[in-house]
Write a protein that binds this ligand. Structure first.
Ligand SMILES: *Cc1c(COP(=O)(O)O)cnc(C)c1O
Length: 470
């Protein structure tokens, strides 16, 4: 009985007294760590009793325990280093915010705020007043309203304008965005009926015209931002669609998706629709996301003619899709930056990354590669030129030249290295490309370069085959 394997199982109190566990207690509280330690020991006991497992040596046991406690206690939503090169990665929360926006939302969040109160009159006011005048000024529209996201903007717009009636849309624009947003399904939920016209690659003005009848409520154009049909194609330009709408007194809705607010003068973005341009061309309603190319918090922005915007603002769905003070304050601070384009370019992280000169990225990649050659030579780190993407349902066919550090682990360990990078103290998400892992520096903040190097070294330490750490 004396050498029963369970006798080697440490006691809860002994483990809690160990400095490595004490560090976890400091981070997460004694109560939570004690509970996690108990669960860990229970699980280990079962394994020893029923699966004939041995109790690991102390170092290994502590390592497993730490991993278990972290997994139990840590918030699954973590800050990560985005080394994918995808500027607007939906899985990574799309756009990082400008520090002015972060300060605004922290300040508003910690206090009460005049979300629906006109301080001048003391009366109840509209929730989006904080941002509507900024949006009107920047886009030239008569009115603006903000909802939870652009899918919500589409839903409420169609529900308010076209419930029980028809919306004419080109077949080539019925897109699925990001795997879960299918425009036809959202339209169905809104109660509007789709009237598809044209073919996948060609739609003419006469196709729209023929579809217009007594049941028609609106004409819709959708920017097919996440795919592009090339070659033998034809789309109707917005101004022609607007002219047709005017002739039949039908509102024209322009869902531009990625939402460049004002012209940015970036060659890679030339193909992207611009909200202010759509308004100038006469679209009655323009819809776009706040957290794509705009660089703000998640929201859906609707700008356009006052009569239609008011109808949307009064729709019952507004109560379900409205934004809170955090979004409003962050959006207002982001929009304020756009009042001075130089300021916007300097202070919006997204625009800074977009404008980062290739030469700067090359220098950073070479520096990082040299450092990693010292720390993890087995991964054969090399600076390489490659292309990144905007992502997030914007301009996927538009490639962005960039510089990366390529890591080439031995056959079979690529997925394991990617895993170790994702699950480290500072998670790193990299781009997997054939037999190598790329760390794309365009989406890594320059002040993260050191942290990134350390994260790679530690990830490799965790998984390197014995004797191959160097
Ligand atoms: C991204 C996108 C949407 C969905 O926007 P969310 O803000 O993600 O809800 C809708 N329409 C178009 C054209 C888009 O590109």
């Amino acid at each position: 009985m004396n050498d029963h394997p369970l006798r080697r199982l440490p006691k809860v109190d002994v483990l809690l007294g160990h400095p490595r566990v004490q560090a976890l207690v400091d981070r997460y509280s004694r109560r939570r760590v004690t509970q996690a330690v108990r669960r860990f020991l229970d699980h280990l006991r079962q394994q020893v009793l029923h699966e004939g497992a041995a109790v690991p040596e102390q170092d290994q046991l502590l390592e497993q325990l730490e991993h278990h406690v972290e997994k139990q206690c840590r918030n699954p939503l973590r800050v990560v280093i985005n080394a994918t090169g995808v500027l607007l990665h939906t899985g990574l929360g799309r756009s990082p915010l400008a520090s002015a926006a972060v300060q605004a939302l922290a300040h508003c969040g910690a206090h009460y705020a005049s979300v629906e109160l006109d301080l001048e009159t003391g009366r109840r006011s509209q929730r989006v007043l904080a941002v509507s005048s900024l949006l009107e000024e920047l886009t030239g529209a008569e009115a603006a309203v903000v909802v939870n996201n652009n899918a919500g903007a589409t839903l409420i717009t169609l529900a308010a304008l076209a419930r029980g009636r028809e919306v004419v849309v080109s077949r080539g624009q019925l897109v699925e965005i990001g795997g879960s947003f299918r425009l036809p399904e959202v339209m169905e939920v809104s109660g509007a009926r789709l009237r598809e016209v044209g073919t996948t690659n060609k739609t003419r003005l006469s196709d729209y015209q023929r579809a217009i009848g007594p049941r028609t409520a609106a004409l819709l154009r959708v920017h097919t931002s996440n795919f592009r049909i090339v070659g033998f194609t034809q789309e109707v330009p917005l101004d022609e669609l607007v002219a047709l709408g005017r002739r039949y007194q039908l509102p024209v809705i322009d869902d531009i998706g990625s939402g460049v607010l004002v012209p940015l003068e970036v060659p890679e973005l030339e193909q992207e629709p611009v909200a202010s341009r759509s308004v100038a061309q006469g679209a009655d309603l323009v819809l776009f996301s706040g957290d794509k190319l705009l660089g703000g918090p998640q929201c859906g922005i609707i700008v356009g003619r006052r009569c239609w915007v008011q109808r949307i603002a009064r729709h019952p769905l507004m109560r379900a899709l409205r934004v809170d003070k955090l979004t409003l304050s962050a959006l207002a601070a982001t929009l304020e930056l756009y009042l001075d384009m130089e300021q916007a370019r300097e202070q919006l992280p997204l625009l800074r990354m977009l404008h980062a000169p290739l030469e700067t990225l090359r220098r950073r990649a070479q520096r990082l590669a040299r450092r990693l050659q010292q720390q993890v030579p087995a991964l054969e780190p090399r600076a390489v030129r490659d292309v990144g993407y905007f992502g997030g349902g914007s301009v996927p066919t538009q490639q962005l030249p960039t510089w990366c550090v390529a890591l080439s682990p031995r056959e079979g360990s690529l997925a394991r290295l990617a895993w170790a990078l994702r699950t480290g103290e500072m998670p790193v998400v990299a781009r997997v490309q054939k037999e190598r892992l790329l760390l794309d520096l365009r989406t890594v903040f320059p002040n993260q370069d050191h942290t990134l190097a350390d994260a790679v070294a530690r990830a490799w330490q965790r998984i390197a085959p014995q004797g191959e750490e160097q």
